[in-house]
Write a protein that binds this ligand. Sequence first.
Ligand SMILES: [Zn+2]
Length: 319
Amino acid sequence: MPEGHSLHRLSRQFDDAFGGQTVRVSSPQGRFASDAARLDGHRLESSWAKGKQLFARFSNDLYLRVHLGLYGAVDFGGDEHFRGASSIGAPRRIGERELDDESTGEYAGPPAPVGQVRARFVTGHGWADLRGPSACEVLDWDQVNTQLAKLGPDPLVGTAVRFSQSKGRETDKDPSAELERGYLHFRRNLERTRTPIGIVLMNQALISGVGNIYRAEALFRSRVDPQLPANELSTRTAKRLWWDIVGLMEDGVRDGRIITTRQEDRDPTGPLWPENAYYVYQRQGLGCRRCNAKVSLAEVAGRKLYWCSRCQRPPRKRG
Ligand SMILES: [Zn+2]
């Protein structure tokens, strides 16, 4: 499943490609047809992400909400004026297609829909096709707020505000203050539960956008035992964990991929990605990059959890 950095990249791409423009919205597959008709022909004002969800505001005060889920993906295409490119989401065979008609070099409009296109967005210069999302619906502002309220603090709120400001919006917000507020919210959420921190980090209601890779890697980097009850994390550790996740995920938005290792912990002879990208994720049975103990793997709450039992020991009880 794409983690939060992918959704923030997607929302930026949506904003770059369609922001401020009148968009034709349709549902070639049909399942989104009646909702698509409510957005069709209206201007897309802005798009943003929270956690693993994409939202877009249209000029008629309606909003699009998309959750890619496990299988969702978006393909973009268009002419040389179109500020979208590439695909975001689950890798798929259809992948990226030729953007232009090769014979003339001119943009020939969107291609005939291939496969199950839930939603298609088209302007004079380009298009985007959404396939396989777990959610794609049109909401009013109250309904958007209901959805947003279900989501815990997003470590990418700072980078989201900075992007929005680059478009002349949300200029009254301070990205650092938003992140600090996010940390306090995260801390309160931890204090309220004895659920192991390894499970809490995957709970979108407690912190949004973190998926399996960031969960495993951040816990390793902060040397936190995934089984530690959330309310037993010290303030210092909770703070370190939040700000480390912020940094890792901001790097992910910038780079378009997840790399959590520090230079000194990589194998200098091997390629950086993916072989040297992670400390523990999908490295079960291999030697830990720090202590050489074998990396552990367990199924926890239906998802694979990776950790080093030597580096991530439970804290010693005091007294
Ligand atoms: Zn280790």
